[in-house]
Structure formats: C-alpha cells, structure tokens
Design a protein around this ligand. Structure first.
Ligand SMILES: *Cc1c(COP(=O)(O)O)cnc(C)c1O
Length: 425
C-alpha cells in the first residue's frame, strides 16, 4: 500500500492538483453498495456517489451482470458503419424518458464532450440556416460545464477554475447567476440581467446554455423553476436555442427525473452524463429535436461533424440501459423524497454554527455553505475518521449519496457533517 501511495504521489495526476504538493489520496481496495473499503481496511459510507454518478451504489449485481453479458459479445466496435442493440436500446430509453420533442441521440465519451457536441450542434444549426454570425453563447455566472475549451468558455469566469485560460478562451456573455432561490417567490426583476443580454446580443448568439435548477460545481446553488420557464420564453422570442446541461442533475437527483421537469419546459438540446451509466464507465449523450437534426443535415456539411473513436461503446451503453431500468423499476421518487427529508432534518443543526452561511437541500443533494473556505485536506481526514466519504470544495461541504443508502447510513453521514461543522467553530 505504501508503494502505491508513493508512486501515485510522484507520478500520477489527480483532478486539479499539484504534482509538487499533491493533496492526500486514499488507496481504495473495493467498493460495494454504499461502502468504500480502503486498502488499510477502513470502511467509509459514500456521500458523493463518485461525483453524482454512482446512484445505485457500487458493485451492483444487476449492473455487473449487464456489463459481463455484453463483455462476452463484444466490448467495443466502431460506430462508423456499424450499430448494435445496446446503443439502440439505450437511445430508445433516453428518448422515452426525456421531454417528448427530444428524439435524436448523439452518444459520446464524457460530459465535457457532450457539452462540446451540444455547442457544435447549435453553431451548425445557424450556419445551415445561413446565419453563420450567430456563433456566440449566453450563459449565467456560477455555472460549470466541463474542462474542454468551449465548455470552459461557459464556466463561471471566477469560480469555474479556468480563469488561467481566459486569454485563449472564446468570449461569451455572462448574465448574473439566477438570483431567485428554489423555494423563493418569483419576482420579475430576477430575469433582468439575462433579458438585457438576450435583447442586446441575440443576433450574434447561437444559444443560451445553463444547468437547470441546480448549479453544481460552480457553487451548488438551487434556483427557481420560474426562472427557467421565463428564460425558455425569452429564447423562443429572440430566436436562441436553449441548451440544458443536465449532466449532474439528470436521473432523479433533484427529485424529478430531469431538473427541467420542475419547470415543465423542453430544451432544444439536452446534455446527459455522470449518472447515465450508474457510475460504471464514462458515457454521455446529447439529445436534440427532429427539427434541429433536419436543419443540420440539410446544411452545407450534410451531416453533424463529430464522431469520437469510442462513440456508442457497447459496454457503456449496456450498463447505462441496465442502470436506467433499475432506476425505473423502483419508486425512485419516493426514495429521493425520503433522502431529502433525512438531509433536511440531519443537516439543520448546522444552522446554529456561526461559521455556516447557509444550509440547503434539494432532492438527494445536501449543501452546507460555510462563510469561509475550508481546509480540504484536514476536513477530509476528519470525515474519514468519522467513517464517511465527503469531499468539500471551497466554502462548500455537500453530499449527494447513492439512492440505495439506508436511513441509518444517511444519519451517520449527516451526523458526521454536523459534528465536523459545529466542532470546527
Ligand atoms: C461534471 C459536469 C460536466 C463535465 O462532465 P465530465 O464527464 O467531467 O467531462 C459538465 N457539466 C456539468 C453540469 C457537470 O456537472
């Protein structure tokens, strides 16, 4: 185990870390259900679902079986000129569960690529209509859309972790982050900032892109469905496409299957990822409408110009289809509501700490926002000592546990958070 730690520290990059002063990493032996077992034997209750992904927990017999069965047939085959049952099966499921106007599916490698694909679709759409000048984007502050270049260009310029690249990124238009919290009464003024941008720049913009209802890595903020409804109307009125990035929010996490269901609206383009395969392997999907796909296909290129090597990977598609069926076979909505209640009750004592700015819960997402940034490494160690896996960033201590978590395990999670938040004060 020491050999692994040492080699890792000297040679292996981890997300957003220094190679000179790397943050501490914990070697993992295995994971099953909601438990992660470290190589030193420590067992941790998972509070992160491996970044929104492992909704059914780890090492699930149904998902394992799906992947093993597919493995015996073929793990991969090129998608140019070939198709296969797992891709068709998964696409059918996605079309059935997403808003009705979305019926064309582009399967790709990761969330960031799904965002690139969405942006390219929006550009190609206007180009095909002989409006090539419509090639900029409008978004909101505090967003996060991934780490590739165009995705970075619509991440929050400050909290988005990419300001070092600002000179080489295409410049986009940023409205204020949605100012109306999820449960707050709606006021028309909350639309002012984005309405101004839309009115001023719609002739040179292709689309508005944002995360519906929950802004994830850019600040863990929950905003009003009314904002999304009004924004959709603005987009329609001013000829802008609406791209919704549901990579974090999709598959039940916010209490609805997709966060756009809270607002009852349909985007022109939808990005899915993270929980798509139940956290098993990287896979993402970009869905769009019949209309968009037709316009793009009738344009100068006669097709959509993207095609990754591992497009439609059969193993990933098979496990994604199994994960979706597993989700649909349960009363997932009730379970998310129960987790929501557990988080609300369990995290409410945090409000009494003077170091806490805000506590908020939506669906199976619980957030404790501190007034000041926490010492990630130190607080992570404290969580591990309490037997839970919570990975804070900046001022945010948050949890989005696997849906299979039991009530007593959820209590252990929220007690650990409460203890650490209140102890530290
Ligand atoms: C994680 C995330 C992405 C990027 O997905 P990757 O698979 O990490 O490339 C994009 N958008 C949102 C909202 C995300 O949460």
């Amino acid at each position: 185990m020491d050999k692994i730690k040492t080699f890792d520290r000297e040679h292996v990059w981890h997300p957003y870390t220094s190679m000179i002063h790397p943050l501490k990493t914990y070697p993992v032996e295995s994971a099953k259900g909601v438990y992660i077992t470290l190589m030193d034997g420590t067992r941790l209750i998972d509070g992160m679902s491996s970044w929104w992904a492992a909704i059914h927990g780890y090492n699930h017999p149904v998902l394992n079986a799906a992947i093993e069965q597919q493995l015996k047939k073929m793990s991969h085959i090129m998608f140019g000129g070939f198709t296969h049952e797992p891709a068709v099966d998964l696409s059918q499921l996605l079309i059935d569960m997403t808003p009705p106007s979305l019926d064309k599916v582009f399967l790709c490698d990761s969330g960031s690529v799904a965002v690139e694909v969405a942006i390219k679709m929006s550009f190609q759409y206007w180009q095909s209509l002989n409006l090539p000048k419509k090639n900029r984007l409008i978004t909101v502050r505090n967003g996060y859309h991934g780490d590739t270049f165009y995705a970075m260009s619509v991440c929050d310029p400050v909290t988005g972790m990419h300001h070092v690249f600002k000179d080489v990124l295409p410049e986009q238009y940023f409205a204020d982050a949605p100012g109306c919290a999820f449960h707050e009464p709606w006021e028309e003024k909350h639309l002012d900032s984005i309405r101004r941008l839309v009115q001023a720049h719609h002739t040179i913009c292709a689309a508005v892109i944002l995360e519906p209802i929950v802004q994830g890595a850019g600040g863990m903020r929950f905003y009003s469905p009314e904002y999304l409804k009004r924004l959709k109307a603005l987009c329609t009125r001013y000829d802008l496409l609406l791209i919704l990035d549901e990579i974090a929010t999709g598959f039940g996490r916010t209490g609805e299957m997709f966060a756009c269901h809270h607002a009852g609206i349909e985007p022109d383009i939808l990005c899915l990822g993270k929980a798509l395969t139940g956290g098993y392997i990287s896979l993402a999907a970009t869905l769009t409408t019949d209309r968009l796909s037709r316009v793009i296909s009738e344009g100068e290129c006669k097709g959509f110009m993207h095609g990754p090597t591992f497009m439609g990977n059969p193993l990933a598609c098979a496990v994604a289809a199994a994960s979706i069926r597993l989700l649909l076979s349960r009363d997932w909505k009730k379970r998310i509501q129960e987790i929501e209640s557990g988080l609300i009750n369990g995290l409410s004592p945090c409000r009494s700490s003077h170091r806490v700015k805000n506590v908020r819960v939506l669906g199976a997402i619980g957030v404790v926002e501190m007034k000041e940034a926490v010492d990630m490494e130190k607080i992570q160690e404290a969580f591990v000592r309490q037997g839970v896996w919570i990975r804070p960033f900046g001022r945010l201590i948050y949890t989005m546990p696997p849906y299979i978590i039991e009530d007593r395990e959820l209590t252990t999670l929220t007690e650990a958070i409460t203890r650490i938040v209140c102890q530290e004060s």
